[in-house]
Design a protein around this ligand. Structure first.
Ligand code: JB2
Length: 213
């Protein structure tokens, strides 16, 4: 059956990819052409999507197959550098990386969502907030009003940013962490799961606990 939907390729076939496959399907805009992941045999199906090979296929997929959309289906646990590298790789080839928003995410009309951002089910982005490229706002995470979240950031499930917070690029806010109003978190910071952050955090810090230290 041919469809007039645009095709999209997914890099990675693990848990994060399964979540994204559901979001893509619910949006009804893209037809998933396949998964690239060296871990799996070609032809294996993941959530009904065939593994078609490894990342070395990307140039041909773009040039020959004319598939121009890519999805970074690799998630992150603390370190976002692989996601950043994959995003930069596909952008360098020429791919678009659509932002993917679950239909049950709550996204204010006055917030700005950048290319490649992924908003999972029950996530909330409130008025006047900005979300940078290739950033994950994971399941049930809350970004309150007037926040600025940089690119290649991962806001893990259930984490909460109160109003007017800033998160620098590459940072990782662990599951269920709470950031109180107006806090500035630097670049490449790791906040441990369940932490409560009540002071600004410098670049490259790793903090955890209540209050986070
Ligand atoms: O360079 C790569 C690459 N590196 C790892 N290119 C491609 N195309 N795929 C790559 N992968 C693949 O990503 C691995 O072979 C593996 O199959 C997949 C990662 O799957 P995993 O199940 O290990 O984690 P995940 O990235 O899907 O999800 C993590 O992050 C999420 C946000 C987990 O920690 C999840 O629990 C979490 N929710």
């Amino acid at each position: 059956m041919t469809t007039d939907k645009e095709k999209i390729i997914i890099l990675g076939g693990g848990g994060h990819a399964k979540v994204l496959i559901e979001i893509i399907r619910s949006g009804g805009i893209f037809e998933i052409a396949g998964i690239l992941d060296a871990r799996f045999e070609k032809g294996l199906k993941i959530s009904g999507v065939p593994v078609i090979g490894k990342d070395d296929l990307l140039p041909g997929i773009f040039e020959r197959d004319r598939i121009i959309n890519a999805c970074i289906g690799v998630g992150s646990t603390r370190d976002n550098s692989l996601r950043r590298a994959l995003y930069e790789k596909v952008k360098q080839i020429g791919f678009s990386v659509p932002s993917l928003v679950h239909p049950k995410a709550v996204v204010s009309a006055s917030c700005r969502i950048s290319e490649g951002t992924q908003l999972m089910a029950s996530s909330v982005v409130q008025p006047c907030s900005f979300i940078g490229e290739n950033t994950i706002i994971n399941t049930g995470a809350i970004i309150d009003h007037d926040c600025n979240v940089g690119r290649h950031v991962h806001i893990c499930p259930g984490a909460v940013l109160s109003g007017e917070c800033l998160v620098g690029e590459g940072s990782f806010i662990g599951t269920g962490a709470t950031i109180v109003n107006g806090i500035k978190i630097g670049k490449n910071v790791t906040i441990g799961a369940g932490s409560v952050v009540v002071n600004d955090i410098a670049d490259d810090s790793v903090v955890k606990g209540v209050p986070a230290r």
